[in-house]
Ligand binder design. Sequence first.
Ligand code: FDA
Length: 400
Amino acid sequence: MNSHSSDYDVIILGGGAAGLMCAISAGQRGRRVLVVEHANRIGKKILMSGGGRCNFTNLNTAPANFISANPHFCKSALARYTPWDFVALVDRHDIPWHEKGPGQLFCDRSSKDIVAMLAHECSQARVDIRTGCAVETVEKADRFTLTTSAGSFHCDSLVVATGGLSIPRMGATDFGHRLARQFGLDVLPLRAGLVPFTLPAKALSHWAELSGVSLDVNANSESKDFRENMLFTHRGLSGPAMLQLSSYWQYGESISVDLMPEDDAAGWLDNQRSDRPRQTLRNALAHSFSKRFADLFCDGCLAGFLDPDTVVAELTRTQMQQIAACIHDLRFQPNGTEGYRTAEVTLGGVDTQALSSKTMQANAVPGLFLIGEVVDVTGQLGGYNFHWAWASGWCAGQAV
Ligand code: FDA
């Protein structure tokens, strides 16, 4: 360890997923590496991820799972460091894991396993880590000079791995974006992604009663649709379907929810009429969903054009078509999202046009690298964001 040195080949700002992977990749190549982390410990977001079990990669990772102004940028890194490379590392550490959704790999025990693995690999690669260290200034002449709360440091390569803006209480800052601008790089507009929607007070007074209720739906906004669960909350709508949609949603768009994504609702109503003709529409819906949901759906969406307590045998053909249309197209008009306070990721970031997709180095600033979430590459829900952190970090580590 170089614990008393201020002179390094590589200094990495940020001891999160991308920064630690970059440190390992560079340290294994014999580079003298320092990781500077301003929080009191490394990998805090990893610890809180995946409900404490870290969805650490996705076996189906492909460029289509990422949002970026430059959709081609992520291709090289994803091809060079694959989900199987990360699985091999996890397996070398005997960390038990399982596949939850399609391709989504989670720790069996705890996210702590991943942080411990990264810390161990850093130590094996003789990487120095300084936690609780705040960077004050960064200057570049022949080399980079950093002034920090722990003194001055010098390096040939500086890697910015300070992440996005989500969950400020976990140490998120805009330092990386400011540093990028200091070196003449553009930062594309930032906004919260993978975040719950909020509903206006009037809609909330109706739907918030269902807080905690989850439904299997197909949810779509104007540009994208997702077949996942949605969850009603005290503030609006959450669950995987809504988190996914939030990364594509634009202010003012409405969300359409198909409550019977696998079935034709008109056919379902026909079956109800032949199987149990004397039941009310309300009861038929309560059997398919839940009583709580059926009551609110009936009173909020159907009561305008029929009495939900009509027995299904007496429904007219037109009424059945109207009911089916409501089931396949329940509309919500969010008035925003919960923002960075609860968002899993930050959309936008350092414009990739100015970076090498192979090394993550800024074309106009030799020695400056940017990796992970600070860059304008954002994954969908399902382990893709960590995979981008590992892949971009590994690639930069091979070049620093
Ligand atoms: P990351 O945020 O991990 O690390 C940045 C580091 O830089 C932090 O340690 C921060 O303290 C430090 N830093 C910031 N400013 C600094 C400064 N000025 N000086 C020094 N250090 C500074 N993804 C996924 O694929 N699977 C999942 O299960 C989840 N789950 C999940 C849950 C929750 C609640 C959140 C908020 C996010 C997720 N994510 C996720 C997203 C994932 O956590 C995220 O995309 C990666 O952690 C990004 O890795 P980075 O290394 O780029 O940033």
